[in-house]
Design a protein around this ligand. Sequence first.
Ligand code: NAD
Length: 504
Amino acid sequence: MTTLLPNAHFTYTMWIDGHAASAKSGQTFSRESPAHGVKVGEYPLAGADDVDAAVAAARRAFDIGSWPHLPGAERAKVLLRAAELIRASKDEFALIETLESGKPIKQARDEMEWSAALWDYAAALCRHLHGDSYNTLGAQVLGLTIREPIGVLGMITPWNFPLLIISQKLPFALAAGCTCVVKPSELTPGTTLRLGELLAEAGLPTGVVNIISGYGEPAGARLSEHPDINMISFTGSTEVGKAVVGSSKSNLKKVELELGGKNPHIVFADADLEAALDAVVFGVCFNMGECCNSGSRLLVQRSIAQNFINRVIETARTIPVGDPLDEQIKIGAIIDGNQFQKILSYIDSGNRDGARLRLGGKALNRENGRFIEATIFDEVQPEMSIAKEEIFGPVLSILTFDTTEEAIRIANNTIYGLSAGVWTRDIDTAFTVSRSIRAGTIWINTFMDGYPELCFGGFNQSGLGRELGRFSIEEFTELKTVQVHLGPRTGWWARETPTMPGTV
Ligand code: NAD
C-alpha cells in the first residue's frame, strides 16, 4: 500500500507567546520532498528579531509565570495530555515527516509512538525531581541541596528524527519547570511547529514553549548567543556544536550537546550470527544511515569474516529502496543535495583509498528523488576516511580483527564516542569490550534499542551531557545549597573554635 502524495503543500506558522506567528519580515521559505521533488511545506523565515520576541516571551513566562512554581503533579497532567495528542496526530505527523525527510512512512509512524512515550516518561519524572538533605552536620544544622529549573532554554534540533529528538529534550525541560525557545532544522520543521498549538491544547500556559522556524544563521546563532537564555540544548553535527559552544560564551550559558558518531559494531566468532546479521544490516540501513547511532563500521573477527560478510551483503541486497510513502520500503530518500553529494564523495574516497566495494555504490536513477542503494566496502583499513568519519548514509565499512585487544583499539580509533554494539556469547569478552570502548551507549547482543529510562549521550566529540533517564531532568536544573541553623547561634567573636567557612 502506498499513501497518496497530497495535492497541495502544508502551510505552517511559528508559535510565539501563545499565538500563531508569521516572521516579522513577512518572509517565508519552503521545502521540497527529497523523494518526490514537489513542494511540501512553507514556513515563516525567522530573523534575529523573531528570536528576540520568542526569548522575551519565554523569559516572561519563567520570571513571572506560573509554570516553574506549579506542583509536579500539575505539570505531569499537561505532559500526559501532550502524549495523548501526539498519539492522536500520529498519521498526520508521520506524513509530514516522510514528506520533509524522505524516511519510510511506516518507520515515521513508529517514531510518533516513541515520541509520545517520552512525554509519558517525562510526566512521571515531574513528580520525582528532588535534591538531598544532610542531617549529619550537627544538632544545630540542617543542610539541603535543592534543584531549581535552570531557566530559559534554547533548543536546536537536526533534520533526521524531528519529533523524536525534540521529544528527548522538551518534555524533560518542561518537567523541570523550565521555559523554552525551540528551533527545528530548516529541512524538517513541520511537526515541531505543529507542537505549539498541540501543547496549548494540552494546557501549557502561554509563553512556556515558543517555536521558531529558520536557518542556522541567523536564527540558531542568535539563540545560541542570546544573553537572556540560560542553557542551550543542541543536537546536530560536531562542527556546528563547536560553533554553538563559541556563541554561548556571551553569557557563559550552560551547553548540552548531542553530536555525531562513527559507531563500531563488533562481531566475535562465537556470537549468535543470525541475530548479529540482522542487526548489522538494520544498523546501517535504518533511516537511510542518516542516524547518529548508525552502525557504520562493522568489525568482524577474521575467522568468520568471509562467510559473515557474504551473508551481510546478500541480506543488504534485498532491502527495498524507493518511495517512502510505500509501506514496504525500508530505505527512503536522502535528505538533500548536499548530503547526497557528501555520501557519494565518501564512496569515491573508499574506492580511491583501496577499500573493496562489495555492494551498491551508486545513486539510484529515479525521476524526482534522491536515492542511494545500500553500499558495502570490505578490506577497509583503520586509517581510511570511510573508517573514521561520519558519512551519514547507507554505507557500511568492514574491518577485520583477530584479538579482543585489536577490536577495542580499532573501535576507539575515532574522534567520536556515541555508541557501539558487541556480539558474543562470552560474558568476559562482552564486559571487557563494553568497559574499554569510549562511548556513551554499548549494546550487547542487540543494537539501537532504546528506553526512556536509559540515558543517552556521547563521549569525546560526540557530545556533552546526557539526555533521557532520570539524569535528563537534572541536566535542566541548577543545584542550590540551603543551610539552616537551628536554635540560638553563638556570635563568631565568642566562639573558641570558629566553624569552617563554606567558601573563601
Ligand atoms: P547541523 O549541525 O547541520 O544542524 C543542526 C541544527 O543546527 C539545525 O537546526 C541548524 O539550523 C542549526 N544550526 C546550523 N548552524 C548553526 C549555528 N551557527 N548556530 C546555531 N545553530 C545552527 O546538523 P544536521 O545536518 O541537521 O544533522 C545531522 C547531524 O546531527 C549529524 O552529525 C548527526 O550525527 C547529528 N545527530 C546527533 C544526534 C545525537 O543524539 N547525538 C542525533 C541526531 C543527529
